[in-house]
Design a binder for this molecule. Structure first.
Ligand code: EPZ
Length: 418
């Protein structure tokens, strides 16, 4: 299993190009299921999760061609409507094929994704919405079976603004008969990106990015050629790295408008920023101020930036409180940060962080995608060497992260199995 070794103490300086967004690429690649013909997607990040979704789509019968960061998908010859356990268990976002398969083929059999390190991750809202569109739903042997001759538009309310729940039902509704309204829907930029792609294919979606989305069903969609938006979480991760190391880093090919929560909190820590159209230059200050954070659905502070921000607070001046309101078990990184000398106490869904002068390098274990990124960040400012194990978690969502960090001055290297 690969490991990443980081030597602490380097100041990060230079430019880093942000890749396409994992959480936009996954639903957008799946949307190819909704049309015959070749869809073309540019700026697709080269990630393990993208490989997994491509594997699933080809299992279903789609033809896929990849050339650098361009992926072409033709779902004209779908021959299967089952997403098997051994594919879904590798990546829970595979559940996104449910809505498009029922919409396109009238049926789907998808392995229930099960929980993961950060929480139970149920899909009850996905299933409730599908049944409100007229699908019959059966759960047995760890699979969900959904079927409908033709879905009919419905009025769907999300008890919780679920990101992939909104995406799944948006894709189910685009070919349904009549109008669908999604109320209390998620507002993430990745939802807007998916709606833009579907409308480019001929769908009739209004209001994406707000908590009320209206979808007028159409009879069919045509393939499209689109580009994946920039990854706001990768951008936020490098912003934290610059502030942590008192560096001076410029992000290229990013979307500042998607990062308002992160920008606001980093400014409060004392960071200095120059915001461009597609760039952010961020400089760290000598002293890092403590700032409280509560994770919330977009446009609130993103849960996917919680672990990274906690590292920054662990070497800030004074005491801060980080509250995690989205997932019930997203403090797994705390125990590993404590082993590096961080002073963090968890109470319920809040973590109380007392800043320390210096972390100390250690052997640590990655447990989920964003927790592994936080351990890399901690290694950047820890005394001596930090060895992060199980970096396959990192490879799911960050493209060539050690190369990008090395190019801006980090002492970081990946080593293969001993
Ligand atoms: C998406 O997950 C992202 N993944 C996650 O990013 C992100 O952390 C999350 O949204 C929140 O922003 C992708 O887009 C592929 P949710 P998703 O449904 O859609 C509960 C990363 O690191 N819920 O918005 O699975 C759920 O348990 C990943 O890139 C239900 O109760 O998250 C959670 O508490 C991690 N029933 C809350 O809603 C449901 O049917 C938000 O979950 C669905 C969700």
């Amino acid at each position: 299993m690969d490991r990443i070794i980081v030597e602490g103490g380097r100041i990060l300086r230079g430019d880093v190009k942000i890749s396409g967004a994992k959480n936009a690429a996954l639903p957008i690649l799946v949307s190819a299921l909704l049309a015959d013909g070749w869809n073309t997607y540019h700026n697709v990040p080269n990630l393990q999760d993208v490989q997994s979704i491509k594997h699933l789509l080809s299992h279903l019968g789609a033809r896929i061609e990849t050339e650098e960061d361009t992926v072409r998908i033709d779902a004209g010859g779908l021959c299967d409507s089952e997403a098997p356990y051994d594919l879904v268990r590798k990546m829970r976002a595979s559940v996104l094929v449910l809505g498009p398969l029922v919409a396109r083929l009238g049926k789907a059999r998808v392995s229930l994704p099960g929980g993961c390190a950060i929480g139970a991750r149920p899909i009850n809202l996905h299933l409730k919405g599908l049944s409100q569109l007229g699908a019959s739903i059966r759960l047995e042997h760890g699979y969900v079976e959904a079927s409908s001759d033709r879905l009919k538009g419905g009025d769907i309310y999300f008890d919780i603004p679920s990101v992939t729940g909104t995406e799944n039902l948006m894709m189910a509704a685009v070919l349904a008969e009549g109008r669908t309204t999604l109320r209390n829907s998620a507002r993430e930029p990745e939802i807007v990106a998916l709606a833009d792609v579907l409308n480019e294919m001929g769908a009739d979606i209004h209001g994406a990015g707000n908590s009320l989305i209206t979808i007028n069903g159409v009879s069919s969609l045509e393939p499209a050629e689109v580009s994946i938006i920039s990854d706001r979480i990768e951008a936020g991760t490098f912003m934290v790295a610059s502030v942590l190391t008192r560096g001076d880093v410029t992000l290229l090919n990013c979307e500042p408008a998607h990062l308002s929560g992160v920008i606001d909190k980093l400014r409060l820590t004392g960071a200095d920023m120059e915001i461009g159209d597609k760039t952010i230059r961020i400089k760290g200050s000598d002293e890092i101020e403590s700032v409280d954070v509560k994770t919330l659905p977009y446009p609130g502070f993103p849960t996917d930036m919680q672990a990274q921000f906690m590292v920054l607070m662990s070497v800030a001046k004074g005491l801060s409180i980080i509250s995690e309101t989205i997932f019930e078990n997203r403090f797994i990184h705390v125990s590993e940060l404590r082993r590096m000398g961080a002073d963090i106490t968890v109470s319920g869904n809040s973590a109380i962080i007392r800043g320390v002068r210096m972390l100390s390098g250690a052997q640590v274990m990655a447990t989920d995608l964003r927790a592994s990124a936080s351990l890399i960040l901690a290694g950047l400012v820890a005394q001596d060497k930090t060895e992060v194990n199980r970096v396959y978690h990192l490879d799911r969502g960050y493209e060539a992260i050690e190369d990008k960090f090395e190019r801006i001055g980090a002492a970081i290297r990946r080593i293969g199995p001993p």
